[in-house]
Design a protein around this ligand. Structure first.
Ligand code: GTP
Ligand code: MG
Length: 387
């Protein structure tokens, strides 16, 4: 059809699609105009709509409306933003699964199990003198064990998924000249970092996003650690320490066959010991658990890639991973803590019931069954404009 402005002037030709409620994304009446695109024509079309009384959507407004109309729950709404922001194939796949409601269903199943357990418990509170007391206690203890196991599983799947959201931070650390920058270049498949035979080449931390088996990994090359009086090098080493503080996995890089002292003061995170330059040491055997590689020939790199994923806790089962947000992880952990307390309070029925209630409330915040308005505002303000 032809798009014209208020004066009848032709703007563009395109399609107008009408979605009557409730068969639209938001569940309301929606009219979509599809033009030819191009910034100028689009701007004119938009200006004409605005002049006729429309207004621009706020960030996340469509999804917010969909939520308020009950088309999506909170976890699904967040999955929309995750899908748009997905930085890797795996992340996009997981976001889509959350959007289709898989994560919400898992949370809902936990919540329902808790509701049943609570119903059983509260009934006991009303009739404390009943004879069946002991029987009920045992039944609820059994149910609690099952709910805790199910929650642990969801938490585990969510922790894995949270790695997909943010990408796995892998920091290369080691003495100068062991080949950290060369390894980064090899893993990235590009000459990103400067490599020279001069110890102390890298002065600043360098980040390089890569993918390993479809999983986003952020490699960080750092200044080699040694005692140095060079002011720039010292600043560089301070950055190395900062980066180490954010690492999910540390690659402690050594030179094969040289007896450099082991790295000290590494953070308490997963670590892989890497012996580089094995091409110079034929027959070199890496110590137990360490990996021998050559940035020059590429030897050992496939093994190193696999080791990075497994050290980060990524298992390639893929299918059952939830793209959880920090908020979800916190709620799940809080629920877990309360269930743990409930297990310890089985002799005191009122406290047991109260802990169950608290666990239930935390779970409910994930899908938004009882969410406060400010939480909604916080979530939607991070959306890209419109959607
Ligand atoms: N033969 C051989 N040489 C390597 C290998 N990896 C790195 N080198 C050489 O070792 C020297 C130092 O490499 P870099 O990658 O700059 O080492 P670095 O650990 O980043 O050093 P700094 O930035 O100074 O801390 C360069 O001359 C590289 O060509 C390897 O696997 N085999
Ligand atoms: Mg370097």
């Amino acid at each position: 059809m032809k798009f014209r402005d208020a004066g009848g002037q032709l703007l563009d030709e395109g399609i107008a699609l009408y979605f009557p409620a409730p068969h639209s994304y938001t569940g309301e009446d929606v009219l979509e105009l599809h033009g030819h695109g191009g910034p100028v024509v689009m701007q004119m079309l938009l200006a004409t709509c605005l002049d006729s009384g429309a207004r621009l959507a706020e960030p996340g407004e469509f999804t917010r409306r969909a939520l308020l109309e009950g088309r999506l729950d909170l976890a699904q709404a967040e999955a929309v933003a995750d899908l748009i922001d997905a930085a890797s194939r795996e992340a996009a796949r997981c976001a889509l699964r959350s959007l289709s409601g898989e994560f919400s269903a898992a949370i809902e199943a936990l919540r329902m199990a808790l509701v049943e357990l609570r119903a059983l418990t509260e009934a006991q509170l009303d009739f404390p003198e009943e004879e069946l007391d002991e029987f009920h206690r045992e039944a609820s203890a059994r149910r609690l064990v099952a709910v805790r196991a199910a929650l642990d599983q969801v938490l585990d799947q969510s922790r894995q998924g949270s790695l997909l959201r943010s990408g796995i931070h892998v920091v290369l650390a080691g003495s100068p000249n062991v080949g950290k920058s060369s390894l980064l270049n090899r893993l990235a498949g590009e000459e990103r970092a400067i490599v020279t035979p001069i110890p102390g080449t890298t002065r600043d931390a360098l980040r390089e996003p890569i993918h390993i088996e479809g999983v986003a990994v952020i490699l960080v090359d750092t200044a080699g650690l040694r005692t140095s009086s060079d002011a720039i090098e010292q600043l560089g080493m301070a950055r190395t320490q900062q980066e180490l503080g954010r690492a999910d996995v540390v690659l402690a890089v050594y030179e094969a066959g040289s007896d450099l002292p082991p790295l000290r003061n590494l953070p308490e995170v997963a670590r892989i010991e890497v012996y580089n330059k094995v091409d110079l040491r034929p027959g070199f055997e890496a110590p137990q658990g360490a990996i021998a590689v050559s940035a020059r020939t590429g030897e050992g790199l496939a093994e190193l890639r696999r080791a990075i994923l497994s050290a980060a806790g990524w298992s390639a089962t893929g299918e059952s991973v939830f793209l959880a947000r920090e908020r979800h992880l916190r709620a799940l952990s809080a629920a877990r803590t309360h269930l743990g307390r409930a297990a310890a309070e089985q002799a005191r029925w009122e406290l047991f019931a109260e802990e169950l209630r608290l666990a239930h409330d935390h779970l409910a915040t994930i899908t938004g069954a009882f969410s406060a308005d400010d939480l909604l505002g916080e979530i939607f303000s991070r959306f890209c404009i419109g959607k």
